[in-house]
Design a protein around this ligand. Structure first.
Ligand code: MRU
Length: 356
């Protein structure tokens, strides 16, 4: 996607160096970072310089390849795998990426492990772009159908950031939106602020602005009001982990939006690649929900002049609780938009559309 008329992706290779955009500084500063050591990769994921389930997975894949290239021993493979896996617990793409590479390299000669891991990471990166384009095409069909029926501006509500910054390029939930806008379907996006890290207000709004998509930022609590007053035609969100039976784990607050959509008979879509589906988990209560530092609630980044500062916005004395994700049971999800098609959120369809 374009940033100031120049094409960017979120992670790329430049003269054999791995580069990322530091998302903790967006939209105020556009800073490119190089990741060199395993620790750099772990910090990038942990501190959310990269974030979003697909991007976390691919960053881990490159981190794994970098470390194995230096030391392909079984001991280092185990150490690297564990270090990367422990960075963030909820997005399953992380485990998916590491397991996919591990299963391919453990049976080959030590001397080939580094090169093979890098090849696989590069392929994952390319596949991610293709999958997001397919998600764009599939989700576009839904938006176009609603437009043909209503023949007016289509209002879409989204939560968190599931745009190109959460993947390598294009995104998941925002991909169909970008495509619809490029194809001149009149749309308007309600962007949930997404407290506490404000991925909606900071990242989604920035992406939409760069693509000239009409949008409005709202506080997270506005969704119910908007839906009750016919201001939302459909909701589109991403996913960090979807269970085999179609329950969608996504950024905290997604569940409340889905409940409101259900009550107001508004279709609720989750867009995700198959790498976000956890085939081992059928019961959503088994998904590990990341609990983040309470400081994310009480300390807010803001821009003053050219500088970014941190403000403390609560009194210190109160306890804080900061779960980062919640789960929306499949009964509240209209369809899953995947690279393989638009599918019902149930085990039967998830299995049927799986391409091996
Ligand atoms: O904590 P983050 O920013 O990594 O969480 C990302 C999300 O929850 C997004 O909603 C996204 O849809 C999932 S990844 C496309």
């Amino acid at each position: 996607m374009k940033v100031d008329k120049k094409n960017f992706s979120t992670l790329w290779l430049e003269n054999n160096k791995i580069k990322i955009i530091d998302q903790t500084k967006l939209p105020f500063k556009f800073i490119v970072k190089e990741l060199i050591t395993l620790e750099d990769f772990c910090i990038a994921i942990k501190k959310m310089q990269v974030r979003g389930a697909p991007l976390i997975g691919i960053t881990a894949a490159f981190g794994f390849a970098t470390s194995i290239h230096k030391d392909p021993s079984a001991r280092n493979i185990e150490k690297t795998y564990n270090a990367l896996l422990s960075t963030r617990p909820t997005a399953i793409n992380l485990k998916w990426a590491l397991d996919s590479i591990l299963s391919e390299i453990k049976l080959i000669q030590k001397s080939r492990r580094g090169i093979k891991s890098l090849e696989l990471a590069k392929k994952m990166r390319e596949d991610d772009i293709l999958n997001c384009i397919k998600i764009a095409l599939n989700g576009y069909k839904i938006i176009n159908e609603v437009y043909k029926r209503k023949k007016r501006i289509i209002n879409i509500l989204t939560h968190c950031n599931a745009g190109w910054l959460a993947t390598i390029d294009w995104g998941t939930a925002l991909a169909p939106i970008f495509l619809a806008n490029r194809n001149r379907i009149p749309i308007h996006i309600w962007v949930d602020e997404t407290r506490p890290r404000n991925q909606g207000a900071l990242l989604t709004a920035w992406e939409l602005k760069n693509e000239n998509v009409p949008h409005t930022i709202v506080v997270d609590n506005a969704g119910g009001f908007l839906m009750q007053n016919n201001k939302v035609d459909l909701c589109m969100v991403g996913s960090d982990r979807t269970t085999f039976n179609g329950d969608v784990c996504n950024k905290i607050g997604t569940y409340l939006k889905a409940l409101s959509a259900f009550e107001n008979k508004i279709p609720f879509y989750a867009a995700l690649p198959y790498s976000t589906i956890d085939f081992q988990i059928k019961k959503y209560s088994n998904i590990p929900i990341e609990e983040r530092d309470g400081k994310e609630l009480s300390h807010l980044a803001f821009k003053k002049g050219r500088e970014i500062s941190i403000a403390e916005i609560y009194p210190k004395e109160s306890k804080k609780y900061n779960p980062a994700f919640d789960v929306t049971p499949s009964k509240f999800i209209t369809r899953l938009i995947t690279e393989n098609g638009i599918i019902k959120p149930n085990m039967h369809d998830i299995k049927k559309y799986l391409v091996l």
